[in-house]
Ligand binder design. Sequence first.
Ligand code: HEC
Ligand code: HEC
Ligand code: HEC
Ligand code: HEC
Length: 428
Amino acid sequence: MRNKAKVLLLLLVIFSLIVTGCTKPNTDTTKPTEQDETKKPEDGKTSGESEVVSSKEGPKGIVKVEEWQEHYPEIVASFNKNSEMKASTYGGSEPHDYLEKYPYLKTFYEGFVFAVQYDRARGHSYALEDVVNTARPKKGASCLDCKVSQYAEALAKDKGAAMANFEEFVKENVTIGFTCYDCHGEEPGVVHLNRAHLISALEKNDNKEQLTSKQTTCAQCHVDYYMTKDENLTTLPWDQGLGCDKAYAHQQANGFYDWEHPKTGAKLIKAQHPETETFEGSVHEKMGLDCITCHMPTVEQDGKKIKSHHWTSPLFTAKESCLSCHFNMDEQGIVKLAESIQKPVVEMTEEVALKLEDYINKLAAKKEDGSLNGENLTKCQDIHREAQFYWDYVFVENGEGFHNNTKQKEYLKHADELIDEGLKLLEV
Ligand code: HEC
Ligand code: HEC
Ligand code: HEC
Ligand code: HEC
């Protein structure tokens, strides 16, 4: 319903613009509020349809990408570009060492595996290789959940796979990395879910109506999750809804924590890439867009129009990803506008991080010298837990401030206010 009303409103705006002849090119690329001239095509589709027709013919089971070569040569060629590495101003698919770039992470994640090695994400081609090579210790085989279908299938047969030794499991069972099967099963072109954690989260929560099938394809992996303590099962904290507040409420209700910080004694939770949850409620989501609109635009590959299967920064494909709607801008203009949305979020993330570091150090010192105890110590530890989770929920989101800057600023503000409260408690 809400979408229908919005479409009508937009059509009215566009109509009135045409009537008033007010379709001047937008020269001011730094004012995000002046978006009146942006149109919304029906169904959130970008212009130009794919010329590739899906069919049921082809290899069965989980097979390597190459096996689809003769059936969908252009899509396979596009898919193979996922091994490219290129940085954008704030994101892109070039990996870098987070611990080196953001030294405070060592303080935040002290005592937990993320303090050992933590790199920025890169293309899907590397999903298996990067999880195998990380120096981070692994409790079981669960980290494979968001990397390979062979793990998802093994888990469906036997939940015990989650507790299997990671290295042994990989050696014995994993022959194929990220592949067509992860999104399509045996039918390329048809989206298909095979991740138990998402299927069960959708069953438990009312938000399933809000997630379209195109969003759930990516939500198999681009979501915040945690592993249960006893069974090491990948679980989405979604039973109260989507977003940081809801995830935190879920963790509070369960008293869950990933680890205890050795210096402050706070029981901490690690947030993980909540792209799906962050995008919910954004300007674009309300307009009916989904991940595919921007990340899989229609592109030309070897003379054929296809849905791009190269998942990277849409700012590299601004023409195909954005300009069909933002038609009064050019590529540079829209990239500049996107970056003007990202910058304040990135800067605020850094500011709050430095303040959190200061807070952790002060709390650790007070705990160490014994001048803080009882109820005040507990309060300060709870503040560390909550503020760090809210901060992390923004930091690890891969859109770098683009997907939903309003929501992300609220999360950071909440963390900031909590830290202020904590610093006051530490002064007494
Ligand atoms: C309106 C367009 C749009 C939509 C819709 C969208 N994104 Fe993005 N996404 C972007 C932009 C712009 C960036 C920032 C890229 C940069 O900083 O270079 C981004 C960044 C990312 C990144 C990091 C990529 C990189 O190379 O930096 C991931 C992962 C991602 N988005 C996943 C998703 C998922 C999952 C969804 C659906 C829930 C989604 N996006 C919906 C535009 C979009
Ligand atoms: C089976 C799990 C899985 C699914 C499904 C999946 N992704 Fe990913 N995605 C990953 C992993 C894992 C990485 C990081 C790989 C690495 O760094 O080695 C990644 C990386 C990315 C990147 C590059 C990140 C960067 O910073 O440059 C983008 C963009 C992206 N995914 C978008 C999407 C979109 C859009 C969808 C839905 C169409 C999707 N992904 C579906 C697991 C998945
Ligand atoms: C990360 C998820 C993901 C992976 C992996 C993936 N696809 Fe797709 N694919 C999609 C989505 C989503 C669509 C639907 C796009 C739409 O309807 O707008 C699609 C569309 C298609 C189509 C329909 C034609 C078109 O151009 O839209 C074909 C055929 C296809 N994919 C083949 C493949 C093949 C072959 C592979 C492996 C090389 C593959 N896909 C890997 C998500 C994926
Ligand atoms: C399907 C149409 C469509 C596509 C595709 C699209 N946008 Fe938008 N965009 C809109 C509409 C509609 C608005 C809202 C206009 C308003 O509220 O005044 C908007 C608003 C924005 C805003 C300002 C709002 C905000 O706070 O985020 C930015 C920045 C933006 N788009 C960037 C992009 C970029 C970059 C891309 C490509 C990666 C993109 N858009 C793709 C339709 C689209």
